[in-house]
Design a protein around this ligand. Sequence first.
Ligand SMILES: [Zn+2]
Ligand SMILES: [Zn+2]
Length: 179
Amino acid sequence: MSIWSLGRQGDPTSRGDDELRMIPQWSIVLAIVLFVAMQYVFHVVMPHHKHELLPLRLMMSYAWGTLLASYALLLGYVSRDVKRRGMSPGLWMLMCVVLPGGIGAVVYFLLRQPVLSKCPNCATSIAATYHYCPQCQFQMAPVCGTCHRGVKITDVYCTQCGHDLAQDGAPARLRSYSD
Ligand SMILES: [Zn+2]
Ligand SMILES: [Zn+2]
């Protein structure tokens, strides 16, 4: 069994929407609340002096509000992203909150694991580098029929052993590319 025999699952064109849906509603609400709270702090709570400049106060409140709002959205993104990569949500959320100035988030983006996908046959979580599902042998990526290393769908010959991939038929190559 292979991914090609089940038709076009996991259409890659839907990726952009998925990224937007990665920001949960609570973090959008938190971002708005933080932004409004900053305006309140700068314009109401902080004492007004006689000779201060209003534009400066407006700029400061806007800058701090935007900064905190972006941070809330970032936290929301990380909280969902961490799950689809099979990493520990508690640990990484703590890192992002505790480390100052967004350093935790930078560390997260440097160290995060590749996105896990699901086996279309048995729904086991699968890393992007797997060629076969470890639970049911479902083929996830095109491989050479002789040396079983990964090949590109458009390759005619295996780059490792020179095997003629047309002899394998599907799934080593997509049907539309085969003769
Ligand atoms: Zn499977
Ligand atoms: Zn080969």
